[in-house]
Design a protein around this ligand. Sequence first.
Ligand code: UDP
Ligand code: MG
Length: 154
Amino acid sequence: METSLVILKPSAILHGYVGQIITRFQQKGLVIRGMKMMQLSEELLREHYAHLVDRPFFPDLLHSMMASPVIVMALWGNDAVEVVRIMTGATNGRKALPGTIRGDFSMSGQENIIHASDSPANAEIELKRFFSPDEIFSYLPTSLAYTYEPAEMK
Ligand code: UDP
Ligand code: MG
């Protein structure tokens, strides 16, 4: 099992899509092991989006990500990082397929509703960036035996 870091961006908060997005993750079978609202700082965003700081759109991205508080989530499951990325869809909402979160809620390359970790290694780094250890809860939902076959719960 692994955990992915998801951020419900200001474009999700300000449109009022929070409930619909969380519902999608829960009905898929991902388990919420951490969740909180926070206001992102420029310092934290420069670290989180370090691969983009030299791009011309970075000032706009900073502004967009600080437009309101965000909700950060730790989602746990088998292959959680890959599953969440598939559910997220392509970066540009206009190119993202219907049925994906960006495909169903976004028309933009920047205002694209959520962030999702892109690899298990980055998920570990990002979880530490946004959560302290006591904010992650290792409970097991009673439905787990009907979510996975035994061999999948590793
Ligand atoms: N982004 C943008 N313009 C671009 C590429 C990316 O504004 O041309 C923003 C967009 O919000 C995206 C974020 O920067 O979600 C991170 O970019 P990345 O390439 O890591 O895409 P993601 O992993 O979010 O699909
Ligand atoms: Mg990325």
